[in-house]
Design a protein around this ligand. Structure first.
Ligand code: SF4
Length: 101
């Protein structure tokens, strides 16, 4: 149940950030850079597959089933193979929580 909730959060967050980044006034440069880096890695990955029918997106990850490129915009999502870089905002938050500098 907890895992399903996290998946649903990542889908919603990915879509929201993806839509935000289509509008320059709402875009976050940090998010866009992270998503672009992630997307570039996915585009060289053999697990990025083309969908037979385009509904919302024409590619998906065959490891996690998420739609591409929306999945690259989800803050808390990780690549199932660990190929994506660490989110600098998430890393900074975790250090603050642990009391590290
Ligand atoms: S999320 Fe990871 S496994 Fe999936 S397509 Fe991207 S790099 Fe490949």
């Amino acid at each position: 149940m907890k895992k399903r909730g996290k998946e649903m959060w990542n889908i919603a967050d990915g879509w929201l950030n993806y839509i935000r980044n289509q509008r320059p006034a709402w875009a976050s440069k940090t998010r866009e850079e992270l998503a672009t880096t992630r997307a570039a890695i996915c585009q060289t990955c053999p697990h990025l597959k083309q969908k037979s029918i385009k509904i919302f997106a024409d590619h998906y990850c065959s490891k996690c089933g998420c739609l591409f490129p929306m999945m690259a915009y989800a803050k808390d999502k990780d690549c199932p193979l660990g190929l994506w870089p660490v989110d600098p905002l998430k890393e900074k938050l975790m250090k603050m929580i642990k009391g590290e500098k």
